[in-house]
Design a protein around this ligand. Structure first.
Ligand code: A2P
Length: 346
């Protein structure tokens, strides 16, 4: 009989956690056991998996005993607290937070781009930032044909990136504004309904916010090009789910839109969406709930002979978070990489 695995979802009640649950079910992950972990607030509640109500329990060290894989999506501080304990208990942690992403000993993986990095894990594998995952999937196939010299990205990020509570807040704000009331802000610093604002992550001394620097640093690490020139402006927009990105790429030689289209038609995880007659291109509403990153509006950059413009939309909760994490778990299972080879090799 094929092997089955004991899996725990840390942050099971959150926006990404509930998607992880749905994906383990729909992709028929070979489970022997599934534990749903969250904060003490959720202890005693249940979530449905394959028609069965599974209990949600508060997280403690004992929860990781006998667990093979932890899919963590409960925020950075929770990951910092529990991931080392889960690894000590013998689990591999696939962490959706930013806590370990830039740690040189932690592989940062987009399975379509750098699956080989998984072999180097020492117990923790990081799932990249959502905007970085979506961009990487779309531009890596082009980078394989001609190395990218510079990336200029602008993002249009949905409320889902800030969690389930933030999505609810935008809906309530919209209702309040339509009713002539003052919208409440808790999850976000400013009203997002009928508004937008530069990404609400912390600002750094360089003038970039953390989200923008994640795109810079994580793309470099995933692509294995430490000095890749990347710049980004990240903006929160009143979309519930699915992020959009306008990306300008610069190559050493001209890269024709036709060649880019051909490459992206065959690229894993990418769907080309372009109807120039109808002016129909990727939209977050179409990307929501989909696994693929939708790419379109590929065109020559008028301002640079070696520049290429493209537009993409991708489901932040799915490929931008939960799906990528489950794909990493599938990779570990298929390549038999659950034991940390890097630690053993020492
Ligand atoms: P809970 O629902 O009990 O608060 P989101 O990103 O959608 O806001 O979800 C965050 C997830 O992380 C939720 O499942 C939340 O559980 C969980 N979480 C938050 N704080 C902790 C904690 N200290 N320990 C374990 N899980 C936590």
């Amino acid at each position: 009989m094929d092997r089955t695995y004991s899996v725990a979802i840390l942050g099971a009640t959150g926006a990404v956690g509930t998607e992880l649950l749905a994906l383990l079910e729909s992709r028929n992950f070979p489970l022997s056991n599934l534990k749903l972990l969250a904060s003490p607030r959720s202890a005693g509640t249940t979530l449905t998996f394959k028609g069965e109500a599974l209990p949600v329990t508060a997280t403690d060290a004992a929860a990781f005993e006998g667990v093979d894989i932890v899919l963590a999506s409960a925020g950075g501080s929770t990951s910092k607290l529990w991931a080392p304990k889960a690894v000590e208990a013998g689990a591999v942690v696939i962490d959706n937070s930013s806590a370990f992403r830039m740690d040189p000993q932690v592989p940062l993986i987009v399975p379509e781009v750098n699956p080989e990095a998984a072999a180097q894990h020492r117990g923790i594998i990081a799932n990249p930032n959502c905007t970085t995952i979506l961009m990487s999937v779309a531009i890596w196939p082009l980078h394989q044909i001609q190395p990218i010299q510079r990336i200029v990205a602008a993002t249009y990020q949905s409320a889902s990136g800030a969690g389930a509570r933030a999505m609810e807040e935008v809906k309530q704000q919209a209702q309040a504004i339509l009713a002539g009331e003052t919208p409440k802000t808790e999850a976000f610093p400013y009203p997002l309904a009928f508004n937008l604002f530069p990404h609400n992550s912390a600002l750094t001394d360089q003038g970039y916010c953390e989200e923008e620097l994640k795109m810079v640093n994580e793309t470099r690490k995933i692509f294995g090009v430490p000095d890749l020139r990347v710049t980004a402006t990240c903006v929160r927009v009143p979309v519930l789910r699915a992020h959009s990105e306008a990306i300008n790429l610069e190559f050493a030689q001209p890269f024709s839109p036709e060649a880019a289209r051909e490459a992206l038609k065959q690229a894993p995880g990418v769907k080309l969406v372009e109807d120039w007659q109808a002016n129909y291109f990727p939209m977050p509403i179409d990307a929501s709930g989909q696994d693929d990153v939708l790419v379109g509006r590929i065109r020559q950059d008028l301002s640079h002979p070696c520049g290429l413009e493209l537009w993409l939309c991708g489901d932040q909760i799915r490929k931008g978070a939960a799906l990528n994490a489950v794909q990493i778990a599938e990779l570990l299972v298929h390549k038999n990489l659950l034991k940390p080879t890097a630690a053993i090799a020492q």
